[in-house]
Write a protein that binds this ligand. Sequence first.
Ligand SMILES: [Zn+2]
Length: 359
Amino acid sequence: MVDSSLRNTIIAGTAICVLGLGLCQAATAAARRGQQGLTKNEPMGRHKGKVLRGAHMLIGGEKDLEALRAQIPVLAAKGLNTIVVEVDYNYQFRRRPEMFDPSGVTLAGARRFSATCRRVGVNVIPEIDCLGHQSWASATGALLTRHPELDETPGQYPNNQGIYCRSWCPLHPDLPTIVYPLIDELVDAFQASSFHCGLDEVFIIGSPFCTRCHGLDPALLFAKQVKSLYYHLLLHRVQMLMWSDRLLNASLTGYGEWEASANGTDPAIDLVPKGILLCDWHYEYRDSYPSLGIFLSHGFSVWPCTWNDANAASTFSSDAQTMNQWRIVGALSSTWGAVNASQLSAWPPFLATLEPWLN
Ligand SMILES: [Zn+2]
C-alpha cells in the first residue's frame, strides 16, 4: 500500500517528467554529443571498447590525494585504468562555504591529480557517499553536523549509539540545494565524466522519527533518491555509479543484510534507471555470485567489486569475466583502509581483482 502523500509526490514527479521529456531528450542528446567530443575524462563502459580495471580509495584530505597521485603511474603499469576517489566532504568546498574543510582536497590538488591520471590513461571518478553513511561510530559526518535539519532521525541516538550510520532524509526539500552543489563542485574539480553516489548500507530509511518519511515504503523512498541523483547528473552529462546492495533481496539471494537488503529497499531495482552503473560488492568467497545475473537480467551494467580477501577477489572477478557479458564492465578493487596508497600496487587482492581482465 503506497502512502497517499508519497503517491502524490510520485504522480507529481511523473507529470514533471512528462512535461520535461523534451528536456530529458535534449540532455540525452547532449550527453551523446559530449561523448563524441569529450574534453573531460573518457566515458566508461565496455561497450565503448574499454574494460574497467579499477581501484577505490578513501581520501581524507589533500595529503591522501597526493600520496595516491604519486602511485598512479605504477598502478597504471599494473593495469589500472579507473580510480574511484571517495572524497566525501573532505574538500575545500566553495559553492557551499559552510562545508569548507580546511584540510580537505583543494581545487589545485584535484586538478593536479586529474592531470596525472589523464597522462597515463586513468579515468577519475569522485564519490560522495549519499543518503546513508552520514556518521561513523560516534562521529557524525560534516553534512549532518552543519545541517542537522537534514537528519532522518533528528535528535535521536545520542553519540550514534544503537545505530550503524545516520542517514539524511531523502524527502527534505532543501537537500538538492545543499548536496548537489557539492557533487557538482567535485565533478568540476576532478574534470570527471562520471560520479559515484555511494548509496550503500542504508539501514535507516522511512524512519518513524522523520515527519516526512514515516510510514512510507522504503523501496519508493530509496528509488526517489536514486532517480533524483541520476537525473541531476544526467543534465550535467555525468554518468552515475552506485553501490548496489540495497537493490538485492538478502533472503532471495542468500547474501547477508550488508551486501543485500533486508529492510525493504530491494523492489527499487525495478524503479531506478538502467543507465546507472551498479557496483556489485561481495567480499567473501562464495560458490556463486547470483547478483551478477540478477542485475544483467534487469538490464543494468555491472562493475563487480572486491575487497581484502585475495582468494575471494580472484574468484568473484574470474567468475564475472568468464560470464563474457559485455554489460559486466570489468572489476573494481576496494580498499577501505586495508592498504595505503604506497602499498596498493603490490597488494594481492588488488592484483587478483585486475588479473582476469588484463589483455
Ligand atoms: Zn525523511
